[in-house]
Design a protein around this ligand. Structure first.
Ligand code: FES
Length: 112
């Protein structure tokens, strides 16, 4: 289990404990975190679960996988530093305290 903090574009913060074998996306969806629609349910098919990993955590979380990185680039036309699909971030004890930001530029049809 690990504690994950979600930071909204307005700076508001919510922290939750993960369950067994959860991804960051699943923790957020389970707690109805705003601006995290995760439309495909974690199938790497929608890119609506984007987060920015807080800078101090980026090395530990690691870069996006090949398909994940392509999906981010297809959605945004670029790969912002620290940007990940939260359904692809499996939570381990090493990520206890992880902070992710919900980006404003997630997708053109998902602003707000
Ligand atoms: S939930 Fe669809 S790509 Fe992550």
């Amino acid at each position: 289990m690990a504690r994950i903090t979600f930071v909204q574009p307005d700076g508001s913060r919510q922290s939750f404990e993960s369950g067994e074998d959860e991804t960051v996306m699943l923790v957020g969806v389970r707690h109805n975190v705003a601006h995290l629609p995760a439309d495909c349910g974690g199938q790497l098919a929608c890119a609506s679960c984007m987060v920015d990993v807080a800078e101090p955590w980026r090395e530990r979380v690691g870069p996006p996988g090949l398909d994940e990185g392509d999906m981010i680039e297809d959605a945004l036309g670029e790969r912002p530093p620290g940007r990940r699909l939260s359904c692809q971030i499996g939570i381990t004890e090493a990520l206890d305290g992880l902070e992710v930001l919900l980006p404003r530029d997630r997708r053109p049809d998902r602003q707000g």
